[in-house]
Design a protein around this ligand. Structure first.
Ligand SMILES: [Zn+2]
Length: 137
């Protein structure tokens, strides 16, 4: 895990930072702050004490719960969950890897609670995070 410096920038889908006190992960959209209170333990943590987490180091359920999109894949099949206000857009499809044609098969709006359960279930069935992470469409 890297520490955050003045050169650290957040990607558009947000950056994940780990609290040095409680080890919980938070999502930030930018780094123009010098200290931030942890959402979980309320400690005020200076910027250079937070750890910067790569998306691959964060549980996909937590990524979605924190408000960032998640894509899971099982071979040719993929599923994306994109937070949209109070609900989540759930997308399913096939392809999109290397040169295979990307096809979206369904797109529905569901509650965050249902989306979190779906991500958990897919993980239990062995689906893996697509580290591009922003949805494959
Ligand atoms: Zn904390």
């Amino acid at each position: 895990m890297k520490l955050i410096t003045r050169h650290t920038r957040a990607p558009r889908s947000g950056a994940f930072i780990r609290c040095p006190y409680c080890q919980n992960v938070s999502l930030v959209r930018h780094f123009s702050w010098s200290a931030l209170a942890c959402d979980h333990c309320s400690e005020s943590v200076p910027k250079d004490r937070w750890g910067y987490c790569d998306r691959s180091e964060v549980n996909p359920v937590d990524i979605l719960r924190l408000g960032s999109p998640v894509t899971l894949r099982d071979g040719d099949e993929w599923a994306s969950w994109i937070p949209a206000g109070d609900c989540v857009i759930s997308l399913y499809g096939t392809g999109g890897k290397e040169r295979s044609r990307n096809r979206m098969e369904d797109r529905i709006q569901i509650s965050l609670e249902v989306a979190l359960r779906q991500v958990q279930t897919h993980l239990e069935y062995g689906w893996k995070m697509d580290v591009r992470g922003k949805g494959v469409i």
